[in-house]
Design a protein around this ligand. Structure first.
Ligand code: GLU
Length: 424
C-alpha cells in the first residue's frame, strides 16, 4: 500500500509499535514524525504499516481515530457551542516552515490553514479564520510589510474578529510588534507568535506557542503582545507587551524577554490559564483606530569606541529624517559626535538616544558628554528599547511633518514604550 505525506500511520517493527505522520520519504523507505516530536525512519520491507488516518479521513471510521486528540472537530460541531472568532494571519517564519528535503534548507511553506490543520487543539479554543499575508522570513520585512499587515489586522477586527493572531518569523518579531502597537489602537487582543524550531524538528515549540497565543487571543488583554515560551520546558508561555520585548537568544525556545518591564503575564500551557502581573488595557476599552503612516528613512546607529561621526553625515546626505543612537551606558557617544548631533537637529532631524545596555533608563544629565548631547538637541529615550525607539521614530515622522510636534510625540509614552518607573 502507498502512503502519502501527512498520512497518520502505525508501524510495527520487532514487536515495537511506532505511530506518526508520514514525512517525505524515499522509495522502499518511510519516515514518520512521532507525537514526541522525534522522527523515525524504516525500510518498508522490514515493517508492518497500517494506515490510521488519511488526510483527515480516518481509516477505522471514527473521528480522530488513531490519534489522541482530546476534543476534536466533533466537539466543535456540537449545537449551541459558540466559540470566539479569531483571525489567524500568517506572514512566514519558522512557525510556518518545514525542511525542504530537496535542498535541506528551512523555508516558509505553511499557510495559516496548514497551521490550523497541524495543531487540531487550536480548534477547541476558537473558531479560526486563516489568511495568508505573506510567506517570507522576517528579515525580509520592511515598513511597507508592517503597514500591509496592520491593514489586514484592522480589516479582521472590523469584520468582527474577537482576537487576531499573527504568525511571524522570530528574528524581527519585536519590530513588527512595536509597529502594530503604534499603528493600531485595538479593542481586542492582537497576538504575535512564532517558533524557534520548525514543526518537523524534535522539540519544536510551534504547537505550544500557537496554543498559548490562541488563549491570549480570546482573553481580555486588548493589546499588541508577543507570546512565546517562558522557559526551555513546555510549561508556560510569557505574554510580552509589543513595545517592551526583545529576542535575546539565537536559538533557545525562551529567547524572548520583556525588557524594563515584567511580562504582562503568563499562560499555563497545561491548564490553559492566564495569570497577569502588570496593568494592561482591557478588551473593549479602546475603540479601533488605525494610523498607518510610517517614514522609512530613519536609522538606528550603534556607537562604538573610536567610531567616526562622519557616519551620521552619510545619513543626512542620503535624506534620512530621524536618527536613533544606541549609546553606551546611561546614553553616551564620544565628544566628537556632538557637533554632528547638532548638525542633525539644526536640519530638523530628530535624534533620540537609547542605550546598548538595554536594561535601565537613559540619563544624559550626569556626565559632561551627556549634558553636551542634550544641548545639541538629543532626546533621552528614557527606558525605551533601541528597536522600539526606531519604530516609534518611523511612526511619529509618518504622522507629522512638524519638527516641534514630532519632538513632543517622541518624548511622550504612546504605547507603553516608556514606563514611569524602570524595573531594577
Ligand atoms: N530568520 C527567520 C525569520 O525570522 C527564521 C527565524 C524564526 O522564525 O525563528 O523569519
Amino acid at each position: 500500500m502507498e502512503f502519502k505525506q501527512g498520512d497518520w500511520v502505525r508501524i510495527e517493527k520487532d514487536g515495537t509499535v511506532y505511530e506518526g505522520k508520514v514525512m517525505p520519504s524515499m522509495e522502499r523507505y518511510i519516515a514518520i514524525k512521532m507525537k514526541s516530536g522525534y522522527n523515525a525512519g524504516f525500510s518498508t520491507d522490514k515493517v508492518r504499516i497500517t494506515l490510521m488516518e488519511s488526510n483527515g479521513e480516518t481509516a477505522n471510521g471514527g473521528k480522530n481515530g488513531g490519534k489522541e486528540h482530546k476534543n476534536g472537530d466533533a466537539e466543535l460541531s456540537k449545537p449551541g457551542k459558540k466559540l470566539p472568532k479569531v483571525a489567524i494571519l500568517s506572514t512566514g517564519g519558522t512557525i510556518a516552515s518545514k525542511i525542504d528535503y530537496r535542498t535541506g534548507a528551512v523555508t516558509s511553506q505553511f499557510t495559516a490553514d496548514d497551521i490550523l490543520a497541524a495543531i487540531p487543539e487550536l480548534k477547541e479554543i476558537a473558531d479560526f479564520k486563516g489568511r495568508v499575508i505573506s510567506s517570507i522570513l522576517s528579515e525580509n520585512m520592511d515598513s511597507e510589510s508592517w503597514q500591509n499587515l496592520a491593514r489586514a489586522v484592522v480589516e479582521e477586527i472590523e469584520a468582527g474578529a474577537d482576537g487576531v493572531i499573527v504568525t511571524h518569523g522570530t528574528d524581527t518579531m519585536m519590530y513588527t510588534a512595536a509597529a502594530l502597537s503604534f499603528m493600531i489602537e485595538t479593542p481586542v487582543p492582537i497576538v504575535l507568535v512564532g517558533s524557534q524550531r520548525s514543526a518537523d524538528r524534535p522539540s519544536s515549540d510551534n504547537a505550544m506557542n500557537a496554543i498559548c497565543a490562541a488563549c491570549v487571543s480570546i482573553s481580555d488583554i486588548a493589546e499588541v503582545s508577543v507570546v512565546m515560551h517562558g522557559t526551555t520546558s513546555d510549561d508556560f508561555c510569557e505574554i510580552h507587551r509589543g513595545t517592551k520585548v526583545r529576542k535575546m537568544h539565537t536559538s533557545c525556545r525562551n529567547a524572548f524577554k520583556s525588557v524594563n518591564s515584567l511580562p504582562i503575564g503568563v499562560v499555563d500551557y497545561n491548564k490553559r490559564e492566564i495569570k497577569t502581573f502588570i496593568d494592561y488595557t482591557r478588551r473593549g476599552v479602546s475603540s479601533l483606530k488605525f494610523k498607518p503612516g510610517m517614514e522609512p528613512k530613519c536609522a538606528l546607529v550603534k556607537f562604538t569606541p573610536g567610531a567616526d561621526p562622519a557616519i551620521l553625515d552619510c545619513y543626512l546626505e542620503n535624506g534620512y529624517r530621524g536618527l536613533i543612537l544606541e549609546g553606551t551606558g546611561l546614553g553616551h557617544v564620544s565628544t566628537k559626535w556632538i557637533p554632528f548631533i547638532q548638525k542633525a537637529t539644526d536640519a530638523k532631524i530628530p535624534v533620540i538616544v537609547t542605550s546598548q545596555c538595554l536594561n535601565g533608563r537613559i540619563c544624559d544629565r550626569v556626565y559632561d558628554t551627556g549634558r553636551d548631547m542634550l544641548k545639541a538637541g538629543a532626546i533621552e529615550g528614557e527606558d525605551t528599547l533601541p528597536e522600539t525607539a526606531l519604530v516609534k521614530m518611523m511612526w511619529v515622522l509618518g504622522q507629522t511633518n512638524e519638527f516641534d510636534k514630532a519632538i513632543e510625540m517622541l518624548r511622550e509614552d504612546i504605547s507603553g514604550e516608556i514606563t514611569e518607573c524602570t524595573l531594577k
